[in-house]
Design a protein around this ligand. Structure first.
Ligand SMILES: Nc1ncnc2c1ncn2[C@@H]1O[C@H](COP(=O)(O)OP(=O)(O)O)[C@@H](O)[C@H]1O
Ligand SMILES: [Mg+2]
Length: 364
């Protein structure tokens, strides 16, 4: 049985559909992430799970029990927000002990529970400090300790690392992975940061305009995006769009304007004339000097218009002969070789039919 079931949940603000018939099924112990751009409805969905807001339609069930009539404080659910929301006048000890006092835990049991929780977030020795005496990362760890001390079955985290700088955020990501594994409870995590979602999650639901576009494991989302939106949102992607002109033996041909006909392996053959696109990761595009490219299903002439040297890799911007912009990522793995091409160089781009991935082009 699913642990958390969200069935056809809708939330309207006036005429505006903030959450549009979302259905999700989340298992016990999962690190599950809602990923999407700002304003796509992530926080609204989280608030309904927590009980701070009510759906206009649909149901939310936890272990098979409908949560509709349960106020937030009676749900076995805790939330950690982006802003730390610690009590500023209380010490770390006081902050973490607070939910235990509210739950009428016998006072004699509280110090041991707080100490254990602080150890879990690596803050033993900080019990006597006040929030203003802590770094941003430490404050967020206190917030997580306070949320977990009453052993909720579900922890909701709304962009908890968004206020931290990049280095600290990376450290906290690793800590969150370890913490979630150690405590073994279900995490529902909200972020607009795709790299964070890919790094942390067992599964990700990609949201767009209140709807869930795809639910999958991180590597499946990256390699097999189902829609143009998902392909574009998860990592860098060449999107080669146009009408489907042919489908034969599981290979579709798409007439891409400003490029030419592109062939792509398509698991489920799209209909002739359908609006399609090929999602092609830059690392799948090979670049060679004209006339030297190996045989491949897709070959196009182009010119280098720019490049970004990134140390281990270089991203090349290429304009196809007919004008379509492309990106190709080359590894600088050959020793001593940091650059293959200069701006203005003529090149041949090539990739096999199975290098790209067919997606429906819902924007047309
Ligand atoms: N209480 C509210 N009243 C009116 N509109 C709201 C309210 N809460 C959220 N919205 C709107 O709903 C949309 C989704 O918001 P939100 O769930 O906060 O997005 P996200 O967390 O993905 O950035 C936004 O367009 C937001 O302006
Ligand atoms: Mg939000």
């Amino acid at each position: 049985m699913a642990h958390l079931e969200i069935v056809d949940v809708t939330r309207r603000f006036g005429d505006f559909l903030a959450v549009d018939r979302v259905t999700l099924s989340i298992a016990v112990g999962e690190f599950f992430t809602l990923l999407g751009p700002s304003g796509c409805g992530k926080t609204t969905l989280l608030r309904m799970i927590a009980g701070f807001d009510q759906p206009d339609g649909g149901r939310i069930l936890l272990d098979g029990k409908d949560l509709a009539d349960l106020p937030p404080e009676e749900r076995p659910v805790r939330t950690v927000f982006q802003s730390y929301a610690l009590f500023p006048h209380m010490t770390v000890q006081g902050n973490v002990a607070f939910p235990l006092k509210m739950a009428k835990t016998p006072p004699a049991e509280i110090p041991a529970k707080v100490a254990q929780m602080l150890e879990g977030v690596r803050l033993s020795g900080f019990a006597g400090r006040f929030p203003h005496e802590l770094s941003g990362g430490q404050r967020q760890r206190v917030a997580i300790a306070r949320a977990l001390v009453t052993h909720p079955t579900l922890l909701l985290l709304d962009e908890p690392l968004a206020a931290l700088d990049a280095k600290l955020r990376e450290e906290m990501q690793i800590e969150l992975i370890n913490l979630q594994r150690d405590v073994g409870i279900t995490f529902v995590y909200v972020t607009h940061d795709q790299t964070e979602a890919l790094a942390l999650s067992h599964r990700i639901a990609v949201m767009n305009k209140g709807r869930v576009e795809q639910v999958d494991e991180p590597d499946r989302l990256y390699s097999f995006p189902r829609t143009r939106f998902v392909a574009d949102f998860i990592g860098t992607c060449n999107l080669l769009a146009g009408p489907v002109t042919d489908t034969t033996d599981g290979v579709a041909t798409i007439a891409v304007s400003n490029l030419g006909p592109v062939v792509v392996a398509a698991g489920v053959a799209p209909a002739q004339g359908a609006a399609g696109a090929v999602a092609l990761r830059p690392e799948k595009v090979r670049l060679a000097a004209p006339g030297t490219a190996a045989a491949a299903a897709n070959r196009f002439a182009g010119t280098i218009t720019g490049f970004l040297y990134q140390g281990d890799v270089t991203m090349y911007m290429v304009r196809a002969a007919q004008g379509h912009p492309m990106e190709a990522l080359l590894a600088n793995s050959a020793s001593g070789l940091a650059k293959f091409f200069e701006v203005g160089d003529a090149v041949e781009m090539s990739w096999p039919a199975d290098a790209g991935h067919y997606v429906e082009d819902e924007t047309r």
